[in-house]
Design a protein around this ligand. Structure first.
Ligand code: CP3
Length: 337
């Protein structure tokens, strides 16, 4: 059993850093595209046999040190009865986004065991033969609320921020409703066999400092506080290089850093005992192999000897990155002494 990731999450890894990548199973892989030509994305998420097969792809093709459940953060919105689909070239679309506080009051209280039985099944199948740790995940309340309000990806989250600023009370009510379901969802994943969790507050970087501390951090804290004590949790947001010290106080074992900050410098500013994951600019993977090799090595050198360092990108692998470049990145990390 490869325990590099779990050791690093406890800041006890004496070997080379573990490597896995956000969006490690995705369209940059010819094998993923081939499966996707037969099934929709949500079919692959909802059918445990398919989700298991896709989760395995990066293990078989890249030999990374961790598996991440193949799913999506937006299954939470779906469980709340919002109608979710993914359209080619657009991404996620919710046909009935939230528009008024009455829509929040009308949200059902989903039973996680029923709503996410397919996720539990996928995790149980995976754990039967995985040789690397399995990471489960969820979106965080602010990011999920933004999709439930915008109805699709948005660069500035204008509707969400207007709602938040004009009617903070109902916005908090929504965040709390989401947080409660996220807790049940993550506990379901732990019970099914997830060995670590990552919480994605991807769009929290749209918030200013005070709003981040009011609308993101308290909910991360609330969620992590309700999980079994000491269970390894990684928190990610874009903006994490800026908000690292706040994130270090929300009870997580690790922070996944975006690519803007100098990870070694951020390490020095944080309390000991917190693991750090990241933070190569995903666009570096467009560069020629010699540049990728140099950038990956520089990053590894800057964190040399750090017992709580996990190699990853600062965000997910992009769909048009050449597969061989990703393979090379993983090989460089695995051959680092
Ligand atoms: O990391 C992994 O390999 C595990 C699987 C995973 C997916 N989405 C698969 C996926 C994870 C962890 C996510 C998280 C996710 N989903 C986030 C948070 C991380 C981040 O990127 O900030 C967000 C914001 C979403 C919502 C989402 N799902 C968007 C905006 C899109 C469309 C953009 C795109 O790349 O097409 C998705 C679709 C999606 N989720 C795909 C995959 C593999 C592509 C679907 C396809 O095959 O067409």
């Amino acid at each position: 059993m490869n325990s590099l990731l779990l050791d690093a999450l406890q800041c006890k890894n004496h070997a080379r850093p573990p490597v896995w990548l956000m969006r490690q199973a995705g369209r940059y892989m010819p094998q993923y595209r081939s499966l996707r030509s037969k099934y929709s994305f949500l079919e692959m998420v909802h059918q445990p046999e398919l989700a298991v097969a896709v989760t395995h792809l990066p293990l078989d093709l890249l030999d990374v040190d961790a598996a991440i459940l193949f799913c999506d953060i937006l299954v939470i919105a779906e469980a709340f009865g919002l109608h979710l689909h993914f359209d080619e070239g657009i991404g996620p679309i919710i046909d009935n986004p939230l528009q008024t506080s009455a829509d929040i009051d009308a949200l059902p209280t989903p039973n996680a065991e029923e709503a996410f039985a397919y996720v539990a099944k996928t995790i149980r199948y995976l754990r039967k033969d995985l040789k690397v740790p399995l990471i489960g995940f969820s979106g965080a309340p602010f990011t999920l609320a933004s999709y439930m309000i915008e109805g699709r990806s948005s660069k500035d989250l204008r509707k969400t921020k207007q709602w938040m600023l004009k009617d903070p009370e109902s916005f908090h009510k929504l965040l709390k409703r989401i947080a409660d379901l996220v807790v049940d969802y993550l506990i379901l994943q732990i019970n099914a066999g997830a060995q670590a969790l990552q919480i994605f507050d991807s769009w929290a970087h749209t918030l200013g400092y005070r709003q981040f501390n009011e609308f993101s951090i308290p909910y991360l804290k609330m969620i992590i506080g309700k999980l079994p004590k000491g269970f390894p949790v990684i928190v990610f947001c874009k903006g994490s290089s800026l908000f690292a010290s706040e994130l270090a106080n929300c009870g997580a074992s690790a922070i996944s850093l975006d690519w803007n900050g100098d990870i070694a410098k951020i390490r020095k500013s944080l309390p000991s005992g917190i693991a750090l994951q990241g933070n190569l600019d995903p666009d570096i993977l467009y560069a020629p192999p010699s540049v990728i090799q140099k950038e990956v090595t520089n990053l590894l050198e800057s964190m040399r000897g750090d017992k709580g360092y996990i190699f990853n990108l600062g965000h997910g692998v992009l769909p048009d990155i050449p597969f061989e470049h990703v393979k090379m990145l993983v090989d460089v990390v695995k051959n680092f002494h």
